[in-house]
Design a protein around this ligand. Sequence first.
Ligand code: UDP
Length: 486
Amino acid sequence: MNCLQDASKPHFVLVPFMAQGHTIPMIDMAHLLAKHGAMVSFITTPVNASRIQSTIDSAGELDIPIQFVPFQLPCAQVGLPDGCENVDRVLEKDQVKKLTDAYSMLHKPLVLYLRQQTVPPSCIISDLCQPWTGDVAREFGIPRLMFNGFCAFSSLCRYLIHQDMVFENVDDGDELVVLPGFPHHLEVSKARSPGNFNSPGFEKFSEKILDEERRADSVITNSFYELEPLYVDAYQKRIGKRVWTIGPMFLCNADRGTMTDRGAKASVNEKHCMEWLDSMQHGSVLYVSFGSMACTVASQVEEIALGLEASKRPFLWVIKSDDRTTEIDELLPEGFEGRTRCRGLIIQGWAPQAMILSHPSIGGFVTHCGWNSTIEGISAGLPMITWPHCAEQFLNEELIVNVLKVGLAVGVQSITNRTMKPHEISIVKREQIERAVVELMGEDAGAKERRTRAKELKEKARKAIDEGSSYSNIRQLIEYISIRVT
Ligand code: UDP
């Protein structure tokens, strides 16, 4: 029997938001659901599909019941350049709006596709930023489950901030406001909290997101219960819906093959990268990466280089520069590469992060606190230096540093995002970086405690997905959906 047309299995339809940090965890989710007995239709577009071709091919070869469905995105119709199908191709805010318009125009093709399937859809799991899918789910009389790529801590903050309009009368973005309804005292500022597409032109879209969030059947998060029980319980109580914690979903990538090109083709030779890591002492290397979206301005690249050099620690640094025309060695301080050759490796572009983090030579992670990177760092048992840029990353920093106590802050005060001009960005100085690296990778009591706690969390994470809470949540989720359709 064709494993994609097996009527005994519930049919999950997954619609990610097409930004790497949103799509990658949903690919993992598709694999987990398939492993536990569901069949999956994964909605994508040609450009996005081409990035994950090796994942698509290997699902086909191994007969994994995931069907990747690439729909043509009507870019020209909304005024986007051809092929502009992912948020990382966009640099202006009005293009983001056009992109969200183009995604919502996938309504008709999706309905048509679902009508043609031998096995009808059982539910839609879609990203918070794909609210139009709520209408599709209602058309088929099936539940829409919302995937929120945040942890429960930040999801609860976001929910309270937007549903309760906490910042409605706050003009100063830096003003600290006590968050009402949070399980403990927490001060948040508008500038350092996740927005809800608050720019002019997005009003209808942001209202639709909130509305569909209220109407969603339940919520799925890439976290695990034992990591943040207080916040999972509080979030669930506040929204009055089930929160399915099924993470860390990244741990479904068990073999090197799936880890190497996870999300996109790596820009480095995998063998070279692994050999370099093999040659380093266990736990000695600091991994520095700011996720898929952040582009580092030239003056910041220089400060990081000099901070890392002064720390005298081995490092593996992933650079995505905002200056795409200049070669990376031209952005680095003179002589830097020669001086750090024995202890530094630089990857320009896409790094095989999942593979790198699982290497025993990695001993610390400088992260922008995107939730995927954070949960991947936690799963790898790594202490972290937190360097939030934007969105909910400042909230994740709070969780990492003050709640889980596995990280220390480099000391970022204001946001950085892709649409900001270099002169608007506040640069983290080399001395701050050196201090944080020396402290994190050092041997004082604080560093040792952070390392011990990080290792404990790694054990809990593995247990949750192998046999514990996340494992049983995935099975319960599949059962819940199966019962609803029978
Ligand atoms: N990632 C990767 N290689 C890179 C950059 C990012 O594999 O060079 C992956 C990373 O492992 C994570 C995702 O892309 O799964 C980034 O998501 P995150 O939430 O950390 O940050 P975002 O990119 O959304 O800011």
